[in-house]
Design a protein around this ligand. Structure first.
Ligand SMILES: [Zn+2]
Length: 201
């Protein structure tokens, strides 16, 4: 079957979304085309706004808006609430996941991945800023919530090493985490108990 060039390009782009293949991409595109004003237009506008205005803060790793900066209680500028804990996660999806369980009240520090054999410059920066946040914000506990994968555990070890000369409690999620378990894929119950039973490093 021949697709129109425009449609073909859109299918290609949407097929790259997580969890979608060409088949569901086609269904989405048809839905958009059949609802140009109700769905397609607001989607394009919302996407353009995110493209223009949203980026990662290179100090705490959270998503921030150019307009408001990295404000809000969980971030690093204009801190409205005072917390004594920082939870270190690999990515924003993990942060959202932990927030939705309501077990943790504190700041987040988002690494943007794990530390592999060669540490990327960007990740080194974000770990340097973690050290700075711990000191500046008088943090009492750093909870390392990286995945139960080799990369995640290597990252946890690296963070522990980096913070060991600072007077701060460092803890890690409990062993209840299934081996190879990514935070994002855990159910709320498992995440809850892993947090509750976290161990001191
Ligand atoms: Zn920030």
């Amino acid at each position: 079957m021949m697709e129109l060039k425009e449609i073909e390009l859109l299918i290609k782009a949407i097929s790259k979304f997580p969890g979608l293949g060409p088949k569901s991409a086609k269904r989405i595109i048809l839905k958009l085309i059949n609802n140009k004003d109700e769905i397609m237009k607001p989607t394009i506008n919302a996407m353009a706004n995110v493209y223009k205005n949203i980026s990662r803060c290179n100090y705490c790793g959270a998503l921030k808006s150019f307009k408001d900066g990295c404000s809000g209680y969980k971030n690093c500028e204009n801190l409205q609430k005072k917390f004594t804990k920082i939870c270190v996660v690999e990515n924003v999806a993990d942060q959202w996941c932990i927030e939705s369980t309501n077990i943790f009240k504190g700041y987040f520090h988002i690494l943007g991945g794990t530390i592999s054999g060669s540490i990327e410059k960007e990740q080194r920066l974000i770990i340097a800023s973690l050290v700075e946040r711990v000191k500046k914000q008088n943090i009492e506990e750093v909870i390392v919530a990286t995945s139960a994968t080799v990369e995640g555990q290597t990252t946890a070890f690296f963070i522990e090493e980096t913070l060991k000369n600072i007077n701060v409690k460092i803890s890690k999620l409990a062993q209840g985490l299934p081996v190879g378990g990514e935070i994002e894929s855990l159910d709320d119950g498992t995440l809850f108990s892993a947090f509750k039973n976290r161990t001191k490093l």
